[in-house]
Design a protein around this ligand. Sequence first.
Ligand SMILES: C[S@@+](CC[C@H](N)C(=O)[O-])C[C@H]1O[C@@H](n2cnc3c(N)ncnc32)[C@H](O)[C@@H]1O
Length: 456
Amino acid sequence: MKVNDLLNLEVTDIALGGKSLSRQDGRVVFIDRGVPGDRVVARVTRMRRAFAEARLERIEHASPLRVAAPCPHVQRCGGCRFQDLDYTEQLRIKQRQVNDTLQRLGAVAEPPVRAIVPAPETFHYRNKMEFSFHPGAEGAVVLGLHERGTFDRVFALDTCLLPSELTVRLVRLTQGFAAAHRWRAYHPSRHEGVVRFLTVRHLSATGQCAVHLLAARDDVPALDAWARDVAALDPAVRTVSLGINRSRANVALAEEERVLVGDGLLVERLRGLDFEVTMNAFLQTNSRQAEALYGEALAAAGLERGETLLDLYCGTGTLSLLFAGVAGEVVGVESVPEALVAARRNATRNGIANARFVEGEARRVLREWARGERPQRPRPAVVVVDPPRAGLHPRVVARVAELEPRRVVYVSCNPATLARDVKDFGERGYRLDEVAPFDMFPHTPHIECVARLARA
Ligand SMILES: C[S@@+](CC[C@H](N)C(=O)[O-])C[C@H]1O[C@@H](n2cnc3c(N)ncnc32)[C@H](O)[C@@H]1O
């Protein structure tokens, strides 16, 4: 087998991360597309000692697990690539991936994995979407999503089934406005042009919507007229803002913000509490499934009245404040200052007085508490961790174990790092009692889990 060879393959599975899995001559071949049961022809694109990678050229025999994908962009879009796989099968695959990953990377012989919780809606579940501007032919501006597997190609979006219908209408309005006013798209490698990203947040519980344009400069033609048109499209649009990012980094983060309509603020209601949402602070993107996930975290913690809870990676304080009703005290730790400001305001907004929030990187805050360099070290009965995809640094696991909580509740968006950290916790006296997988993002490879660990 060598690069450029055409192979006849049968797709047998989907690997964690979303690549299709096949075997040839005893070697694993990862294919960029294809669902289990497909017989395909694929071209080898990369050879490694233990595996090969291939690009699907054509499907010779379609799997019975295939369903018609409802989105017209499915062949090009890098977004929801499993639309053409039956949803029950998607769930079965994700469930098995969690189990296998815990066995393989977590050294758990029989992982206590519960049945995966399906998403309440399989389409229109995202409360936030980011769209990219890109230069098109003859100076035209393209606004849409990245083509599958690329970072420098964007196709013009007609529709998208993941966010709300209003979100798509806002994109279409902006496409028309950008063409009429000759907006110039920023080029990510030539570093010229003006408009970079359009982010729409449309919250499912409160129905509030924010529209945010990110540009490299603030001289966007007819900007105020665009903001007025956007706000007039639907009463749900509460606020419109412009962010400026002059740097070369191709990320939708603003260095400066200018509110054009409204006050820049949205509120989402989760499990009976109100949470302020700002553009640069984290909020789970599937509100309804987030409520179920948080419910599981509350149950897994088994916190008793008056006990202390430590919430590491607390974001805008969502979990901290949901626990505050039972806890004696809740302490949240978060590294993004804007999220911390929102967390404190969220406590006030919900009349919660027993939550305090500490700004800082989790590892550093834990180290300073351990060394007595920072006051008010908590003595938590339960620690909740909800880290980004990279999971926990080994020193964070060690410091959490030193606090000797009765339980650790691990909310994870990456089964591989969860499994690695479960192994680490195991070596520090914490046993994995239960894992509850949640499907937050149907048609994508992502899996969320709530894991309960108990001190042995
Ligand atoms: C997955 S989010 C969880 C937020 C919150 N639990 C929620 O459900 O809304 C992870 C959070 O960790 C924060 N974060 C990332 N790295 C961090 C670090 N090293 N120390 C503390 N917080 C961090 C991010 O800013 C983000 O708010």
